[in-house]
Write a protein that binds this ligand. Sequence first.
Ligand code: 0WD
Length: 256
Amino acid sequence: MGFLTGKRALITGIASNRSIAYGIAQAMHREGAELALTYQNDKLKPRVEKFAAEFGSSIVLPCDVGSDSEIEATFKQLAEHWEGFDILVHAIAFAPKEQLEGSIVDNTTREGAQIAHDISAYSFLAMAKYARPMMTGRQSAMLTLSYLGAIAAIPNYNVMGMAKASLEAGVRFMAADLGPAGIRVNAISAGPIRTLAASGITGFRKMLDHFEQHAPLRRNVTIEEVGNAAAFLCSDLASGITGEITYVDGGWNILG
Ligand code: 0WD
């Protein structure tokens, strides 16, 4: 019996089978959780439906987190399938590509910064607002994905680093707010992984090579490794952990 048996998890952010959210869905399914998946737009719908079938799930719902009414509609539809659920996974980030290169001072625009913060940070809180009334079991968990750029000036990550810093602060405030209701809120700060979102970051390939040469484990991490950590953090095995940023990065962040 898996350690997530009896849990219901809503997972966002699957865009391909390389997505971190795909690794998380795989691990949670393996550990016995029942899954519901969301997709951003109609183009992604058939792909996400196929992934859902792989995980024995028929709950596939649209959710563009840039719109409150769409988020509200997603949870309304979810309530038709599930009276309540236990796990929310937020694996979503976006900034216009031209914001993710060169000089942060020269290249960042007000609009670019607003989009990055809205989609990559605020949307976790926006989803939590609608998820909370459905997370009434005493042991629920929310999880988001961050990156080291939240606390260090990584080349080209620029305004996305600011958005991740906001996201990580949100994790702490949300954990303090929702803890009394039995809802834990955590983040995983993952090492670089080649996904669709990552390919938008200038110099990403070079970064992967650099990690492989210097990270304590001398390799890059996989979506399976992030998935396993996510499954643990959202399970009752992690019942004492909330408000934390857990690094799954082969130890890179400890280097001076
Ligand atoms: O190296 C990496 N890949 C790392 C990623 C290292 C550390 C953290 N992360 C984070 C990302 O910042 C993100 O928060 O992990 C999360 C998942 O990212 P991913 O798995 O790397 O990327 P991807 O497979 O592209 O999935 C992210 C998806 C989008 O994919 P595309 O490529 O189409 O932008 O987020 C979704 C979308 O499906 N997304 C949205 N979903 C709903 N509403 C929206 C939106 N407005 N915008 C993007």
